[in-house]
Ligand binder design. Sequence first.
Ligand SMILES: [Zn+2]
Length: 269
Amino acid sequence: MKLTVLTAAVVMLAGFDGLGAASAAAQEQSAAERDAAASERWRRWRDYNRYPGPIPTPEDWVPPAGPIRIGLQVGHWRADEAPSELRRIRYNGTRWRETAEWEANLAIARLAGAELEALGYEVDLLPAVVPPGYRAHLFIAIHADGSDSPAASGYRVASPRRDATGRAEDAARVLREAYGAATGLRQLPVSTRRMRNYYAFNYRRYEHALHPMTIAVIIETGFMTNAGDREIILGAPERAARGIVEAVKAFPVTRQPAAPTTGRQNGQR
Ligand SMILES: [Zn+2]
């Protein structure tokens, strides 16, 4: 297409001002096009590469300073506050009758968070929009599925498609096992592209995304549109929460810290 336009311009100019002027004009035009293409490439690169500097590698990974910190993200919670870079997440999420997905996610996250804090972990309950460059030992995005088919059921866990920590798939595997054991729900073998490309994982593209060194996973805890799954995710959220807590305790990076009461316990010996 571009080639055709250029040829037509050359022919038109050749008739008007002689061949030399025409080829100079053609050269000028293609230089301008090259410049435009280069600046377009730069604009795209910049839009998709918000993270400054080189992306660290798994060999560079070090845990964040301080006590073991767990970020529990409540899927879709306060999503209407999303900045314009994340405007497409503002009104997403599934529902069951009067219950919005974020309410189910929040109930599970609160229960898991309280249990983790009792065990001595630092816990951040995060809304749909995460703080820019959020850093933690482990980040778990909590969601629920929905389907037009009431028969669709099961949970699934995914790690980011681009994982700079090299440890996220390990965390996902631990969560798959622990969540299945705690809930008895069916594990779906497929983690979707949508999950692996979750916006909070995409620090290249979004300012409001995790730090590349934050180990991250996302869980779809079950289908709100399935009666059996609802028995757990709406009816017994403490079991879903237990699965998350057990995973945090079992994952080597976030192994259970010494409980705050350790001193007293030792004193009893
Ligand atoms: Zn969701």
